[in-house]
Design a protein around this ligand. Structure first.
Ligand code: ATR
Length: 274
């Protein structure tokens, strides 16, 4: 019998750690599977997904820049993927494509389980209002924070997200450089893509105190510009998104294989501390 096939599709994709993570999960849980790196440009996305399905593929991770576009190709969309407006996990079964999104779950597991943060009644500031923010606001609101403020360089995008989620909890929007510091923030999440482009925007210095945890959805082998900034400004903790990466992968793996890997062991193996 042939080995079940999985993979990650993105553009570019060579930097992806997903193959390493999923191979470690497979070893740890004694699952036999193959996990490929698939570089697919936007105009080839549909044909590549259909071909993967036709040739017996069992599941895919979908990453930048395809997470929004791929929602059009799925037969069944999970509620969390629908809320996020994005899919990072495809499951192929019984001739249908199921789309799910494990990013928000991954972030919450990292915050609540690995970092042992309690989010209830906290004030949360999210920097950025793109696809990454849209994926995490819903799951964060489920933890019943006192407030979630979305700050963005372009106010209209932050306002649109705040309006979209306002039925689910206390979300407000403001411009990136005029964050009202009426309360101190317990958690600041950087969801901008500024660091990826090597930029350090004027992050709101007054929003950080020595009780603030700063979490960057981006990660790297050396500290990201946002985590350096957080340390310089006296944050209690500056964390990069390695834990979220491994946790979202573990949830995808569970959806595919019906077994939950031990993420702490994998984070250790990758020499990354949660
Ligand atoms: P993603 O889907 O990964 O979130 P995106 O939709 O392109 O990516 O969103 C990127 C986010 O980073 C946006 O909030 C963007 O701000 P604008 O909406 O004003 O464009 C933010 N961003 C990117 N580069 C930035 C920079 N140099 N300074 C501040 N914000 C930046």
């Amino acid at each position: 019998m042939s080995v079940d096939r999985y993979g990650v599709m993105g553009y570019p994709i060579s930097h992806s750690r997903s193959p390493v993570i999923h191979r470690l999960f497979a070893m740890q849980t004694n699952q036999e599977l193959q996990y490929e790196l698939l570089q697919v440009s936007p105009e080839k996305l549909e044909s590549a997904v259909r071909q993967f399905q036709r040739t017996g593929g069992k599941g895919l991770n979908i990453t930048v820049p395809h997470k929004g576009e791929v929602t059009r190709l799925v037969d069944q969309l999970s509620e969390r993927a629908s809320t996020a407006g994005a899919v990072n996990t495809l499951i192929f079964k019984e001739g249908e494509i199921h789309g799910d999104n494990t990013d928000g779950f991954g972030l919450l597991r990292d915050l609540v389980v690995n970092l042992e943060l309690s989010l209830e009644d906290t004030n949360i500031l999210i920097l950025g209002a793109g696809g990454a923010t849209r994926g995490i606001v819903g799951p964060l609101l489920e933890m019943q924070p006192a407030s979630v403020r979305i700050a963005n360089r372009t106010l209209g995008k932050a306002q649109a997200l705040a309006d979209h989620f306002s039925r689910s909890g206390p979300v407000t929007a403001c411009r990136f450089n005029v964050i009202p510091v009426t309360e101190s923030y317990d958690l600041i999440i950087n969801a901008t893509s500024a660091g990826i482009h090597g930029d350090t925007p004027p992050y709101p210095t007054a929003a950080v105190s020595d009780e603030t945890v700063c979490y960057d959805l981006s990660y790297g082998l050396s500290p990201t510009p946002f985590s350096l900034w957080a340390r310089e400004h006296g944050a209690a903790k500056a964390v990069m998104g390695w834990g979220m990466l491994v946790e979202q992968a573990a949830e995808s793996f569970r959806l595919w294989r019906n077994v939950r890997p031990d993420t702490a062991e994998v984070l250790q193996h990758m020499n990354i501390t949660a």
